[in-house]
Design a protein around this ligand. Sequence first.
Ligand SMILES: [Zn+2]
Ligand SMILES: [Zn+2]
Length: 331
Amino acid sequence: MRAMVLDNPARPLQLRDVPKPKPGRGQLLVRVSTCAVCRTDLHVVDGELPNPKLPLILGHQIVGRVEEIGEEANSKFAIGDRVGIPWLGWTDGECVYCRSNRENLCERARFTGYTIDGGYAEFAVADSRFCFHLPDNYNDTDVAPLLCAGLIGYRSYRKTGDAHRVGIYGFGNAAHLISQVALYQGRELFVFTRPGDKAGQEAAKKSGAKWAGGSDEMPPEKLDAAIIFASVGPLVPAALRALAKGGIIVCGGIHMSDIPSFPYDDLWGERAITSVANLTRRDGEEFLQIVPRIPVRTEVETFPLEEANTALNRFRSGELHRTAVLVVSSA
Ligand SMILES: [Zn+2]
Ligand SMILES: [Zn+2]
């Protein structure tokens, strides 16, 4: 099968003909239709995440159809079913985190497109227990970004509890998706872009933000919560200063540059800072039930599988204004 393979970080992916994987016990063999590109893919390619499997097939927002079912695979999938494969690929089910409904923190978790092969290829195998059915009213291209930007965004958003005034730093894919959920639930949105990014601020206002400005500005009201999707550490103390007492900052990225020190006074008043790691299957099931009701709209730009490097490079340089989706096969 054709696959885009990462041999070493900091090198472009190589188009290769590699053996088609076989579904093991509990696994599905999935013919990949589309795979969305995530910022985490960039972090892996750029060597910012430790110890990836090498060589590696990237990609953890995979949409495809079940081609073969391994022994003892979860019976909720049949041959030909459409299936979504997310970032969380496997957990041990027995560590202290798994046993307390926090499988996202599993000590031995494996991740699609990072420590196990992902979807920048014609086929992928996945543990059937971690795969999702996808809402019918989305096509294979539009549904793909929901599988990570949407899911991790949703987990970040849930951590804000019932915050009414929600700030979002970095109005990228995850922010775009989750802001639709927040507005649907009657929250007020305050969006922070790169200083001077007037186009980004206009776009945020158009999609319903009460206020949009640069990350160096203060919002007109104090926030009950702020989600930081940009991987920029100095945004944390900046967001703290915009926070009301009792507010929470949620860092939604898997990687962030160092956070500069700040006065304790800025944290005082029961302000909190947390991060979001991975996802649980429950997050996925909940989110995929909510999205068709709103409905959450994704904005995508498609690339053929062979042009994965182009998609990654344009993402890195900030030239992408929609989510890149690799189209692998047209089912
Ligand atoms: Zn575990
Ligand atoms: Zn991702």
